[in-house]
Structure formats: structure tokens, C-alpha cells
Design a protein around this ligand. Structure first.
Ligand code: NAP
Length: 309
């Protein structure tokens, strides 16, 4: 299938272009970006123009930041294209519901991708946790924003999510592996005085069986970068680290070589998109986004030192 990539920024170049190139399902046929291009691929600066000119491109993958994503998704769906959405699938939950309704009306596939759910250890972690008695789950997601998000001013603007931009990846794993539903009980948001979004946040969740569930996110981490989820159960302790790529149970590595040699996160997302399109299906799980929205609704805000890149 021919596919167009919209928003040729960091993630498009780092992950989407190589995942498409490595797949026999997909052919990158066009890009849309005000400034970015991919060598050898037809480049457009205007989405509507691409949609009108390229009737043979039936699938559009949106790698824009969350705020401009809705208008682009709406235009693509209206033009009868199947749409793949980078995470988070929109700037608001209502936008996502509207897109889903529109996709159903136009009979096209729509995929809210959560790349961290495709990390190597996540499926096995989910399997192991099924039926276990949860005592405690704690997320520690601490990274250096200057290293991973250089020049991305949109992260600090309304809708940009701040530290929840990576934090929502952790929540996408938590909502995938936990057998029971959780909800935000309290949150603390640390917002730089010159920004609109938090540079650090912590959340306490309510768990139906009283387990302690919490998350700490921080964009000010220097030195070791930490993307870890620790889960204590009555039957052992599970640790997902390196963003879900590494899994240990009671200290033993659980991923066998075959598992480790499987394709990475983005190839799996594109394989799933091919499947959704071939079956005419929609996958719009908004659970990670609901928790972030609830943290913004319920969270206590404190003002912290300005962020200067
Ligand atoms: P980025 O490097 O800033 O690239 C964003 C792209 O969108 C650029 O091509 C940009 O400009 C285009 N764009 C269109 N309208 C825009 C607007 N109003 N403001 C800013 N850019 C606009 O961002 P990114 O890191 O690729 O992130 C994009 C999405 O991917 C985010 O939702 C992020 O959460 C997700 N993601 C990022 C990473 C990562 O490691 N960076 C990992 C996984 C997922 P042009 O139109 O000029 O090209």
C-alpha cells in the first residue's frame, strides 16, 4: 500500500521512514511538511494538495505534534483516507471521539498508535500479571528534555503535554499490562514559570483492590535516563525497564532470544496498521490520554524555575 507521511520531524525521520522502508506492506509515496523532506520521495508542503494530487495514496500517517493533528486527520478522513495517528492521538479527548465518529462515517480505518505498548517486554509482562495479586506499581520516567526533545517549543505550549509527552508512553504500558482499571486520585504538576505545561509531575492512582499505584515523571534528569515500571505482586516482582524493552521477574531476565530478535516498536505499529486497513477496522484506545486529562483536571500546580533550553 502506498502511504504518505505528514510532519517530517524527529520521530518521522528516526522511526517512521525506516519502519516503512523495511516493510513489504508499505511504500512511502509522498511526504507533507513545511520544511522536511525524505530523499527520493515526492514532497508536498500542503496536505490538501497532496490529497487531491495523489488519489492512489490511500493511507496517511500523521507525525505532527498533537495540536495541529486534528485538522490534518479531519482533512485526510474527509478525503477518504485511512489514518494512523502518532501518540497522543489528539490534543483533547473530544477531538479523538470526533475523529473516530468521522472515520466510521467515511468507512476508513483509524489507528491511535501507542508505540511503547509494542516494546519487547510488554506483551509478556501483561501475560505474567494476569491473575496475580497486585500490591504496588510504580512508574519512574525521568529523561533529559534537552537531549530528547531539542528545539521542540510545542511541548511547552497548551496541548503540548510537557513531561506527559513521554509520561503518556508509560501510561500506555500501564493501561495495557494491568488487569484492573485504575483512575487518577491526585496529581502534582510542576510548571516552569515561563511555560504552559509541566516539566515534572507525579500521580497517585486509585486501584479497585487497594494496591498502591503511582507515577513520577521528570524532564530535568541528567545522567542516567530512567524509563522503568516496577510491579510487586503476591507472587513475585516484575520490572519493565528501558521503556519496556527489558523485562525481569524476581531479578531474572524473562525475554528469550527469539523475543528480543522480533521487530521493534514502529515496525509492529505499521504491521498492525496494515492489518486494520485490510479488515476495515478502527483501533482508538484512549485510556492513556484519559489519565493525562484527569491529571490536568485534578492536579495541584506549583510554579518552578523557568525552562531555558
Ligand atoms: P518534531 O521533531 O517537532 O516534528 C514535528 C513535525 O510536525 C515537524 O515536521 C513540523 O514542522 C510539523 N508541524 C506541523 N505543524 C506544526 C506545528 N504547529 N508545530 C510544530 N510542528 C509542526 O516532533 P517529533 O518529536 O517528531 O514529535 C511529533 C509527534 O511524535 C509528537 O506527538 C510526539 O509525542 C510523537 N513522538 C515523538 C517521539 C520522539 O522521540 N521525538 C517518540 C515517539 C512519538 P514542518 O511542517 O515544518 O516539517
Amino acid at each position: 500500500m502506498k502511504i504518505a507521511l505528514v510532519g517530517i520531524g524527529k520521530i518521522a525521520v528516526d522511526q517512521h521512514v525506516p519502519a516503512i522502508a523495511a516493510s513489504s506492506n508499505w511504500e512511502l509515496a509522498a511526504t507533507v511538511s513545511r520544511s522536511g523532506t525524505v530523499e527520493g520521495i515526492d514532497a508536498y508542503t500542503d496536505l490538501e494538495e497532496m490529497l487531491q494530487s495523489c488519489g492512489d495514496i490511500r493511507v496517511v500517517s500523521l507525525c505532527l505534534p498533537p495540536v495541529p493533528r486534528y485538522a490534518a486527520a479531519q482533512a485526510a478522513i474527509r478525503a477518504g483516507r485511512h489514518v494512523m495517528l502518532e501518540k497522543p492521538p489528539g490534543a483533547t479527548l473530544s477531538e479523538c471521539h470526533a475523529l473516530e465518529a468521522m472515520a466510521r462515517e467515511h468507512r476508513v480505518s483509524l489507528f491511535a498508535t501507542w508505540h511503547s505498548r509494542e516494546a519487547a517486554g510488554v506483551a509478556q509482562a501483561k501475560q505474567w500479571l494476569a491473575g496475580k495479586d497486585l500490591h504496588r506499581l510504580s512508574v519512574t520516567w525521568k529523561e533529559d528534555v534537552r537531549r530528547w526533545h531539542p528545539g521542540q517549543d510545542w511541548i511547552w505550549q497548551p496541548g503540548g503535554l510537557g513531561v506527559f509527552d513521554p509520561g503518556i508512553n508509560a501510561l500506555s504500558i500501564v493501561t495495557e499490562i494491568l488487569p484492573d482499571p485504575i483512575h487518577v486520585q491526585s496529581a502534582l504538576l510542576e510548571v516552569p514559570e515561563n511555560c504552559q505545561t509541566p516539566i515534572a509531575a507525579s500521580i497517585e492512582f486509585s486501584h479497585p483492590k487497594g494496591a498502591q499505584v503511582g507515577a513520577v515523571f521528570d524532564f530535568r534528569q541528567s545522567g542516567e535516563q530512567i524509563w522503568t515500571i516496577e510491579v510487586e505482586t503476591g507472587q513475585g516482582t516484575l520490572v519493565l525497564s528501558e521503556g519496556g524493552a527489558k523485562l525481569t521477574i524476581d531479578g531474572s531476565d524473562l525475554l528469550d532470544q527469539d523475543h528480543l530478535s522480533l521487530q521493534g516498536e514502529y515496525p509492529r505499529l505499521y504491521a498492525r496498521m496494515a492489518d486494520l486497513v485490510s479488515h476495515g477496522d478502527i483501533d482508538m484506545d484512549l485510556a492513556p490520554m484519559r489519565h493525562v486529562a484527569d491529571a490536568f483536571t485534578l492536579g495541584r500546580r506549583i510554579s518552578v524555575a523557568p525552562f531555558i533550553e
